[in-house]
Unconditional design. Structure first.
Length: 173
């Protein structure tokens, strides 16, 4: 095959592959109760082990361990973000990754913010997707990604004693 022909075939294929990869990502801006940006989360489907991958780049948050959850509603009305509703839970399970009765689809591992108020975290949630079914973060108009004031104890229903909601971002198409 001639180099020109190979290039003519490879270039469109590369463009298609890159556009598919970029289209499969969703960027969420997280804001605090005062409406100030505290960072972003990039969410993509195709994480190892299934579900979605999440990369968080956070700043200006209180140092320490914090719970991270997907919540049911695509609403982030300050100052308490209660408009985000309960954890995303399409299967009607109990709360907590360590709960023997199962866990909410929106339950995830805690994240740690450093002494400077920053965190760069890569995590995932194998129980949700970016598709069209009941486990999609886009179902019913979307969901919210919420950071809580305290760590999740991974077992107490309904929210793991994670405390107030201190940052929130909309997960929508």
């Amino acid at each position: 095959m001639k180099p020109k022909t190979l290039f003519a075939i490879a270039l469109p294929m590369a463009v298609i592959a890159l556009s598919l990869a970029s289209a499969a990502k969703t960027v969420v801006e997280l804001k605090d109760a005062q409406g100030k940006s505290v960072g972003s989360a990039t969410i993509w489907e195709g994480n190892a082990g299934g579900g979605v991958g999440i990369e968080l780049n956070l700043h200006d948050l209180p140092p320490g361990e914090h719970a991270l959850h997907f919540h049911q509603n695509a609403k982030c009305e300050p100052p308490d973000f209660k408009s985000a509703g309960p954890h995303f839970n399409p299967d009607g399970k109990k709360h907590g990754l360590e709960n023997p009765e199962g866990h909410h689809a929106g339950d995830m591992k805690n994240l740690t913010v450093d002494a400077n108020g920053k965190a760069k975290v890569r995590t995932g949630d194998k129980d949700v997707n970016l598709g069209d079914d009941s486990h999609s973060l886009f179902s019913n108009g979307g969901t919210a990604l919420v950071i809580h004031a305290k760590a999740d104890d991974m077992k107490t229903d309904p929210a793991g004693n994670a405390g107030d909601r201190i940052a929130c971002g909309l997960v929508t198409k």
